[in-house]
Design a protein around this ligand. Structure first.
Ligand SMILES: Cc1ncc(C[n+]2csc(CCOP(=O)(O)OP(=O)(O)O)c2C)c(N)n1
Ligand SMILES: [Mg+2]
Length: 579
């Protein structure tokens, strides 16, 4: 190990190829040109040779961040993002992102090297011994192992198809160390590779399901459309916008669907969310699941009497997975197919005419919207000292408006919830965030993948706790000189910086070192660090970062009393009964 040997495939004398080469050839044959990973036994040479063969190999400081990068690359490109790790510990570090990809329906393949099968299976104590395939299987949409070089082509083809077809997800591919060095005849090897034809075939919805859905929608007095990140993934942006505009139905974007239509669109009901959810009589879900993020379609959010009661709405659910319907409440009109095909079927049907929703409904929404937007504008105009989330995010909002092409990464609790509601998005698939699990740690991995796959500048709005999960990857951002501007909304802790240990011994579990200088971390690797205590300083630093395209970290000092416990999901937090 250790030498670069990109010539094996074309070695005229031996006419041999090997496992390393076949993995690279199989990926390239399928248009996969980027690997997010971290080298070590047994995949070090795979990273070297992939790079020597022109693949982009992005090397991270921790596999979890490489994995998150791969998962979001899958979301942004509809091609499986590849994460490459070493055995046992590297594999486990990557596993979190595999589960994340499956949960979020992002196409991703975690490829891990693994140790000697014979030794692992007899539990004889090999270097980094672990039965990785068995451990990955319950967290993946599919999991495969390849033992023979001749099967690499099939293994990669199956992994690609499983990742992107139907409902996308995370796939695990186990490649034992011995596989890489196996030599086979180069011509046999070449023939064994498979270029996957139509990896994500269209799934056309049944015409009667389309009709049933539109009949229900047509009869609604208070219809509502909810766009989920499945709708963003579909890349059917023009049709989705046409459906919303032609029907005239108010819509709500879920977090990562923001920007499918500009958030400033007159039909957006986002500023009247708490009014439209309980009031709507027919709700069309497009690529959005009725999970916790939509309060399971029931309870007080939806106008139910008790916290588990159905509010009485009828649901139309447009989803690629037939199993999604009835997951929480009855779905009266399931429409199963890929979002693009379903939306285009709706458009075909409504071409013959559609009457807009009743004016009372639209007026009632507009009234609430106008009131809430005015109230928010008042809050945003304040300029308190120290700066709070609102005054900082008012600056961020203007910057995003002026740079609608920029990618936008967001994580934290208050840093997430305030940003989502204050910062408008103007284009599809710009906002990428904590997703289905509300996971902390996606930040810097997402920044790298967003910069690499879209070639656009990236803005990341990070809670100080959230940032810490992947902070070391600022070195990765500097190493590849990516145009990433990280803003740490620094309130000295998780939710707030004000907690104290009642015994007086230690810092409270939710607080960090006060006035930490996160910007110096970026400076350590040659990037630009800025310490900002006012919205004006923050604005200036962001403008400069976008202009210069230099890796930048702005430490935005936020009033440590400003946040709330758990941000907007305080109700999910069990609190100890007071004695
Ligand atoms: C992997 C993971 N670990 C822990 C949590 C619990 N958690 C939710 S938000 C959060 C951090 C919130 O603090 P910060 O990022 O500073 O945001 P703030 O509310 O202070 O703006 C944590 C630790 C999580 N969501 N994911
Ligand atoms: Mg914080």
């Amino acid at each position: 190990m250790g030498t670069v040997e990109p010539q094996v495939a074309s070695d005229a004398q031996t006419q041999l190829t090997d496992g390393f080469q076949l993995v690279i050839d199989a990926l390239k044959l399928n248009g996969i040109d980027t690997i997010y990973g971290l080298p070590g036994i047994p995949i070090t040479d795979l990273t070297r040779r992939a790079q020597a063969e022109g693949m982009r190999v992005l090397s991270f400081r921790h596999e979890q961040n490489a994995g998150y990068a791969a998962s979001i690359a899958g979301f942004l490109t509809q091609k499986p993002g590849i994460c490459l790790t070493v055995s046992a510990p590297g594999f486990l570090n990557g596993l979190n992102s595999l589960a994340h990809a499956t949960t979020n329906c992002f196409p991703m393949i975690l490829i891990s090297g693994s140790s000697e099968r014979e030794i692992v299976d007899l539990q004889q104590g090999d270097y980094e011994e672990m039965d990785q395939l068995a451990i990955a299987r319950p967290l993946a949409k599919a999991a495969y192992r390849v033992l023979h070089a001749e099967d690499i082509g099939v293994g990669i083809a199956r992994a690609i198809r499983a990742a992107v077809s139907g409902r996308p997800g995370g796939v695990y591919l186990d490649l034992p160390a011995k596989l890489f060095a196996q030599s086979i005849d180069a011509a046999v090897g070449k023939k064994s590779l498979i270029k996957v034809v139509d990896p994500a075939p269209k799934q056309i919805p049944a015409p009667d399901a389309v009709k049933r859905a539109l009949d229900l929608l047509r009869g609604a007095k208070k219809p509502l459309i909810i766009l989920g990140k499945g709708a963003a993934y579909a890349q059917a942006d023009a049709d989705i916008r046409a459906l919303v505009e032609k029907t005239g139905i108010p819509y709500l974007p879920m977090s990562m669907a923001k920007g499918l239509l500009p958030d400033t669109h007159e039909q957006s009901a986002a500023a009247a969310r708490s009014y439209v959810l309980p009031e709507a009589d027919v709700v069309m879900l497009i690529g959005a699941r009725l999970n916790w993020l939509l309060s399971h379609g029931k309870g007080k959010t939806w106008g139910g009497k008790g916290h588990k009661d159905w509010g009485g709405q009828k649901f139309i659910q447009v989803d690629i997975s037939p199993q999604e319907a009835d997951s929480n409440v009855r779905v009266d009109a399931p429409v199963v197919g890929d979002i693009g095909s379903c939306v285009s079927a709706f458009l075909n049907e409504i071409r013959s005419g559609w009457s807009k929703p009743p004016a009372e409904w639209l007026n009632a929404i507009n009234e609430r919207k106008t009131k809430n937007i005015a109230k928010m504008a008042e809050t945003l105009a304040k300029n308190p000292s120290p700066m709070n989330f609102h005054s900082a995010l008012a600056a961020v909002r203007d910057i995003v408006k002026a740079n609608p092409d920029a990618m936008f990464v967001n994580e934290g609790a208050n840093a997430l919830d305030f940003t989502r509601s204050i910062v408008d998005m103007y284009q599809p698939r710009k906002r990428i965030d904590v997703g289905t699990w509300g996971i902390m740690g996606i930040g810097m991995g997402y920044c790298v993948a967003a910069a690499v796959t879209t070639k656009q500048p990236v803005i990341a709005i990070e809670g100080d706790s959230a940032f810490g999960f992947s902070g070391m990857e600022v070195e990765t951002i500097c190493r590849y000189n990516l145009p990433v501007c990280v803003v740490v909304l620094n309130n000295n802790g998780v939710y707030k910086g004000t907690d104290v240990d009642p015994t007086g011994r230690d810092p409270a579990p939710t607080v960090f070192v006060k006035n930490a200088r996160y910007e110096k971390l970026m400076e350590a690797f040659g990037g630009v660090g800025v310490y900002a205590t006012t919205p004006a300083e923050l604005r200036k630093a962001m403008e400069e970062a976008l202009r210069s395209k230099k890796p930048t970290l702005i430490n935005a000092v936020i009033d440590e009393t400003a946040g709330t416990e758990s941000g907007r999901i305080t109700s999910l937090n069990p609190t100890a009964k007071k004695k």
